[in-house]
Design a protein around this ligand. Structure first.
Ligand code: NAD
Length: 392
């Protein structure tokens, strides 16, 4: 299994690990119902729902056949019940041909970046999924909305507030839905953690620690643009610190009221000439919860959080990986692992959006969710630059 970055495992590898049943091994004080599949109140597809026949599924065009699109998203359509791969858009014809062959996409449904507007005449495609470098999300989202397609867009939503607001505005103007690919909010272990944290099992929440790190490797194509501010918008914060930030928001269900930050990049390291290596930030929430978060391109294999309540502590490590999440609760009696049905977070996310498209519902992670994170990340940069505590 490829494990050179926190997010490098392939969906093909993952297929071997999914499908385990529900196992409930909790502390005595835990509620007995641990079958947290993404409860219906989350708006997710119930796990055992009958898959729709292909002709009734929502068709997706994937724009950008890079690492994430080809290794995680495209293979996950095989586990979807409401979504199907209907087209690909790429700047590299050989790659597009290979992927189309491998996944049964018809020749007529292969597009390039210049001819993407031809998708307008393809009734098999209802959603355009933008999986491009961050600064390109604006252009492709707007182009997709203007040809009448719904848009699923990767995180971070954009590199400026103006871009993000334009994306929301253009989709609304076109009467199309916009969702941001916050897959962790569709992942069963994160959903279980939300339920435990917000449902009172941990007692009164006091503090959260959330850490994300991976080493930036300029030898990998996916990391070349990540080192360029104009394409990435920022460094470790924009790329993976966003997981720490988003987790603090979904675990508390609150928005931070103030924040502090500090950042550091190894002097002379060419990888960090334009973007930051490491950033630490602290958030204060209205209920009094304090969160300590880190993000770094300088350390390896970290994607975890801990939630401390006055009765119990929760740890999810890894929390935002593609697979093998591990949830632990600790109280006075000791430490216990909690297992829930693993599910496929990518398929769940895709099917959630398909459900929204088919039934005219608002997605759980709309453009506004991406905009909130973006505003906070820009405030975190500002706090790191000025050394001031910012009210937000
Ligand atoms: P990648 O470099 O592997 O893929 C990017 C694709 O965009 C490539 O196919 C590349 O050819 C294409 N591209 C088009 N114009 C380009 C340009 N001007 N410069 C560089 N590439 C260009 O990157 P990735 O890791 O797949 O990331 C793509 C997006 O997906 C990013 O927004 C990233 O944050 C997001 N992502 C999300 C997750 C997640 O778990 N939600 C994981 C990885 C990446």
């Amino acid at each position: 299994m490829k494990r050179d970055t926190p997010y490098a495992g392939s969906r093909r590898d993952l297929f071997r690990t999914v499908g385990a049943g529900i196992v409930a091994t909790g502390l005595s004080t835990l509620p007995t119902n641990l079958s947290a599949q993404g409860a219906p109140q989350d708006g997710l597809m119930p796990p055992k729902e009958r898959p729709l026949p292909p002709s009734e599924r929502v068709g997706y065009a994937i724009v950008g056949l890079g690492e994430y699109g080809t290794q995680q998203i495209i293979p996950s359509f095989a586990e979807c019940g409401k979504s199907r791969l209907a087209a690909v858009v790429s700047g590299t014809p050989e790659k597009a041909q290979r992927i189309a062959r491998e996944y049964g996409v018809p020749q007529a449904a292969i597009y390039d970046y210049k001819t993407m507007e031809r998708l307008k005449d393809n009734p098999d495609v209802q959603v355009i999924y933008v999986i491009l470098p961050n600064a390109l999300h604006l252009e492709y989202t707007v182009r997709a909305a203007r040809i009448g397609k719904h848009v699923l867009c990767e995180k971070p939503m954009a590199t400026s507030v103006k871009d993000a607001e334009t994306m929301i505005h253009e989709c609304a103007k076109a009467g199309r839905k916009l969702m941001i690919g916050y897959r962790a909010q569709y992942e069963p272990y994160n959903l279980k953690s939300i339920e435990l944290a917000r449902g009172g099992t941990l007692g009164k929440l006091k503090s959260i620690v959330a850490d994300h790190g991976r080493t930036l490797n300029p030898a990998e194509p996916r990391d070349i643009w990540r080192a360029k501010k104009a394409l990435a918008g920022g460094g470790s914060l924009m790329d993976i610190g966003i997981y720490s930030l988003n987790a603090c928001r979904y675990l508390t269900g609150e928005e931070p009221v103030s924040l502090q930050a500090t950042q550091y990049s190894t002097p002379g390291d060419p990888r960090f000439a334009e973007v930051e290596e490491t950033i630490h930030f602290m958030l204060r929430f209205p209920s009094g919860v304090l969160a300590n978060c880190t993000a770094s391109y300088g350390w390896q294999e970290t994607k975890r959080y801990q939630v401390f309540g006055d009765k119990m502590a929760l740890e999810l490590d890894p929390a935002t990986d593609y697979y093998e999440h591990r949830l632990t609760l600790t109280d006075k009696q000791g430490r216990k692992d909690i297992q829930v049905d693993k599910g496929n977070q990518f398929a769940r996310m895709l099917d959630h959006f398909s459900d929204c498209v088919k039934n005219n519902k608002t997605p759980k992670t709309p453009g506004e969710e991406g905009l909130r994170d973006l505003k906070l990340m820009l405030a975190i940069y500002e706090a790191a630059k000025t050394g001031r505590t910012l009210r937000v």
